[in-house]
Design a protein. Structure first.
Length: 187
């Protein structure tokens, strides 16, 4: 059975923004979907978030698709760096993904060492990256970096901001059909 694990954003939770909608839509299509509550969400720590993701994934395989939102994307990349030589997942979908701390000290711990793009790519057969042209936090240059470094297939949406909600002072993004399409295209 295909399974999807959604890694929420900084200050997020499993019931935030579009995560419940995507979970329901995928479950209706026969997927097992897990949206773990990450620890200390107001001050995300790589050394806490990556082990939680590893525990939830268990044994990675081609039927495992990881969906990350914002710092959830960094969590997925750091998790992929920990996999054994022959371990791989089926693919990933990044929503508002980035590769630096964006100037936020609170998430700098995820980027104290450079991302090992070659290692990440060796465990990631397919990546679909979704960005917004008016994201107040994540510049569109990160779409290009993810495409260049990880071979991401990129979609740029208009006026979706950070695909979040009240935490980021946005109107809540509660439906994200492009994320559903991306997961369905991983099949």
């Amino acid at each position: 059975m295909k399974r999807v694990i959604i890694v929420h954003c900084w200050d997020g939770n499993p019931e935030y923004c579009w995560y419940p909608w995507l979970k329901r839509e995928l479950e209706a299509r026969g997927f097992e979907v897990i949206v773990p509550a990450m620890p200390e969400t107001s001050m995300p720590k790589m050394d806490l978030w990556v082990p939680v993701l590893a525990d939830v994934v268990g044994k990675p395989d081609k039927d495992t698709i990881l969906v990350g939102h914002s710092i959830g994307c960094a969590t997925i990349m750091r998790y992929l760096e920990t996999l054994g030589e022959t371990e791989t997942i089926g693919g990933a979908v990044f929503i508002a993904g980035f590769t630096t701390d964006l100037g936020f000290e609170e998430i700098h711990n995820f980027f104290e060492t450079p991302l090992d793009f070659k290692e990440i790519r060796s465990h990631l057969p397919r990546l679909i990256s979704i960005h917004s042209n008016d994201d107040p936090f994540v510049d569109l240059k990160y779409a290009t970096i993810l495409a260049d470094e990880l071979g991401a297939e990129t979609t740029i949406l208009e006026k979706m901001k950070h695909f979040s909600g009240p935490v980021d002072n946005e109107e809540s993004c509660v439906i994200l059909s492009q994320a559903l399409d991306a997961v369905m295209n991983m099949r």
